[in-house]
Ligand binder design. Structure first.
Ligand code: 8X3
Length: 256
């Protein structure tokens, strides 16, 4: 879909752009002609992405106030954005609450909840001023239904979902569209690996026997569709799972 005449080129900040769904989204939007500011902590991975796609790399930690302020200034100086895509986040640990580790919970609440809040708070004035702003938050089906071993991640994603819903109500007067994308099982390079503390065997178990989990590209295509439809169209909540995952508790696994 082509951008409107009044705003010839869409421009987005995509956080979490160093891997997985964030990287795939940055690639997809850049290929579609968007100006993309690719944001993540790992500058080396961003540099490769920038080289390959033309995205503008900005290394920043979304939970750090000073780095968020610097990001806002850099984006403003380079022409600003109309779309903010919050993908930075993730899971740490699969312990039952009885064994919950403070550091895992701290990470999940900081990255998924505080990071989304800080980045969004910073960019709202720019999005309001644009007149047709969009915020897209990547939450998860983990925010809809909890499961054993998920308490910290369930809590973080439910909180991120809650703030997304409040934001939609608060910003409608400023014509800001707020989209929530809630994926189920997505096989990415790092999600399960990070969740399992770098244990490749445990990480693989998440996808064992599942013939076709979602890919990062599947989700990026959906995100791209949602931000490319005309601005008055709001796909406000998009739940996407692989067919094999009829529900969080019902995942069909073949022979692993
Ligand atoms: C991750 C989806 O199925 O691991 O956001 O809860 S799941």
């Amino acid at each position: 879909m082509s951008p409107t005449n009044s705003h010839p080129q869409h421009a987005a900040v995509v956080t979490g752009a160093s891997s997985g769904i964030g990287e795939a989204t940055a690639r997809t939007l850049a290929a579609a002609g968007w100006k993309v500011f690719a944001v993540a902590r790992r500058a080396d991975r961003l540099a490769k992405l920038a080289h390959e796609t033309g995205a503008i790399p900005v290394a920043a930690d979304v939970t750090d106030d000073a780095q968020v302020a610097a990001l806002l200034a850099a984006v403003g100086a380079a022409g600003g954005i109309d779309t903010l895509i919050n993908i930075a986040g993730g899971a740490r640990g699969a312990d039952y609450l009885a064994e919950a580790k403070n550091e895992d919970w701290e990470f999940m609440l900081q990255a998924n909840v505080m990071g989304t809040m800080k980045i969004t708070r910073a960019f709202l004035p720019m999005l309001r001023a644009h007149g047709e702003g969009t915020v897209l938050n990547l939450t998860s089906t983990a925010g809809l239904v909890s499961y054993e071993g998920g308490s910290g991640y369930n809590a973080a994603k439910a909180a991120q979902r809650a703030l997304t819903q409040a934001l939609r109500l608060e910003e409608v007067e400023h014509n800001i569209r707020v989209i929530e994308v809630l994926p189920g099982l997505v096989h990415t390079e790092e999600f399960a690996l990070r969740r399992m503390g770098g244990d490749r065997e445990l990480a693989q178990k998440a996808y064992a026997g599942v013939a076709k989990p979602l890919t990062a590209g599947d989700v990026a295509d959906i995100i791209s569709y949602a931000v490319n439809v005309p601005h008055h169209v709001n796909l406000d909540e998009i739940v996407v799972r692989p067919v094999a995952q009829a529900a969080a508790h019902k995942l069909i696994r073949g022979q692993a």
